[in-house]
Design a protein around this ligand. Structure first.
Ligand code: HEM
Length: 395
């Protein structure tokens, strides 16, 4: 792999073809905030301190036009102002309070228990059976089922939701079609609108019924808003958790001494979970739009500019992490930004962490050796980091 001095951060193949870690190390040192040429161009923010400050500054940096570079470059997010992640204050705070009710201890307790049961069952099934694709046999079945448990989605509908979501978000091959992706997104929203309509008419004791019948501000949400906010849980929680699980297994397979340390208890599961999240950095960047002229890291940025915050660089910043390219499951403290920071901090962080905790616990209980036995398939994306398949054997 080459170490480039310039990378096209809009190109989905960039992160598969290049060693981005070396690139980001150079950027942090020589031009920590820089203007990326393009039509339109955008700012790139690479240092941990600057990324953190940008996440916190929701007055000057808006999420409402979209928070993913591709979306911003192609005109903005049509869900702006309606869906939690792409809404600004004061509406964001009201919506977030409503969504947080979906994550009540009562609901989470039940969902958490199912995560542990499902993960343990899946790991037992694949252990000792020879080579298999960890992504297809295990990782795919955990996050989407978790979100479906949270939303009380019927079992029969889950597979098609997973299929649509894969199409909607990531590109598992370089040629994946944008139209397929748009169509899949519409299918998901249509599905949730039907469900919202149904549950609003006949509410039950579940999260969609709660969102569909609640008032935010001085009115109930429209069916589209209910659907978009259910979708935001799928968008936020499926692929990010899936690639984290895949990264966890791949990384421990590549670091057998660290795997032994985890099994023997000299590294704790909780610190290992945080290190996996740092190492994986599933969402490589998030983006904002500047609302008023300001400075970021000493550079003048103007209202209307797009700013991209590179978690993947911040999580490897030598100013914050000692030997960032060392995978250390006992690392503590570990101030990674994989869940973002500030008012938009991931609402699913508890579930994301629980899924990884359950996975590492199940693995340490039944697997002594993890072997990668084929070539993993990289995901072609400038947003989602990781692999779509991982051939392994658990012994
Ligand atoms: C927000 C990452 C799991 C739902 C975010 C943000 C990040 C993130 C970085 C901040 C985005 C921003 O500032 O613009 C992750 C990672 C996960 C994960 C790495 C797994 C390892 C989940 C899960 C759910 C979820 C399981 C749902 C069940 C959301 C939602 C938001 C969000 C709805 C928007 C919050 C807001 O704007 O107030 N996530 N997430 N995420 N995440 Fe997650």
């Amino acid at each position: 792999m080459t170490i480039p001095t310039e990378l096209d951060l809009t190109d989905a193949t960039t992160f598969v073809r290049h060693d981005a870690y070396e690139f980001w190390r150079d950027v942090r040192k020589s031009r920590p905030v820089y203007w990326h040429q393009g039509d339109p161009g955008f700012w790139v923010v690479a240092r941990h301190a600057d990324v953190l400050a940008c996440y916190s500054d929701v007055r000057s940096l808006s999420s409402a036009r979209g928070t993913v570079l591709d979306v911003l470059l192609s005109g903005g997010d049509s869900a702006g102002g309606k869906m939690l992640a792409v809404t600004d204050r004061p509406r964001h705070r009201e919506l977030r309070n409503l969504m947080l009710r979906a994550f009540s201890p009562r609901v989470l307790g039940a969902v958490e228990q199912k995560i542990w049961e499902r993960t343990s069952r899946l790991i037992k099934t694949v252990t000792g059976q020879g080579g298999f694709d960890f992504a297809a046999e295990v990782a795919e079945h955990i996050p989407m089922n978790t979100i479906c448990d949270l939303l009380s989605i019927p079992e029969a509908d889950r597979e098609k939701l997973l299929r649509w979501n894969k199409l909607a978000l990531s590109s598992h091959d370089a040629e994946s079609d944008r139209l397929d992706s748009l169509e899949a997104r519409n299918e998901i929203i249509g599905y949730f609108m039907d469900l919202a309509r149904h549950r609003r008419g006949d509410p039950g004791d579940d999260v969609i019924s709660m969102i569909a019948t609640a008032e935010v501000g001085d009115r109930p949400l429209t069916l589209e808003e209910v659907a978009l906010n259910c979708y935001s849980l799928v968008l936020g929680g499926d692929e990010s958790s899936r690639v984290s699980a895949i990264c966890a297994v791949k990384t421990f397979a590549e670091h057998p001494a660290q795997w032994r340390a985890l099994r023997e208890g000299s590294a704790a599961i909780d610190t290992a979970v945080e290190e996996v999240l740092r190492w994986a950095t599933p969402a490589m960047h998030f983006a904002r739009t500047v609302t008023r002229d300001m400075e970021i890291g000493g550079r003048r940025v103007r209202a209307g500019d797009i700013v991209t915050l590179w978690n993947t660089s911040a999580n490897n910043d030598e100013e914050v992490f000692d030997q960032p390219r060392r995978f250390d499951p006992a690392r503590s403290p570990n101030k990674h930004l994989s869940f973002g920071h500030g008012p938009h901090f991931c609402v699913g962080a508890f579930l994301g962490r629980t899924e990884l905790r359950a996975l590492l616990s199940a693995l340490t209980e039944s697997v002594s050796e993890i072997e990668v036995c084929g070539k993993p398939t990289p995901i072609y994306s400038n947003f989602l980091n990781g692999y779509g398949s991982l051939p392994v054997a658990f012994r």
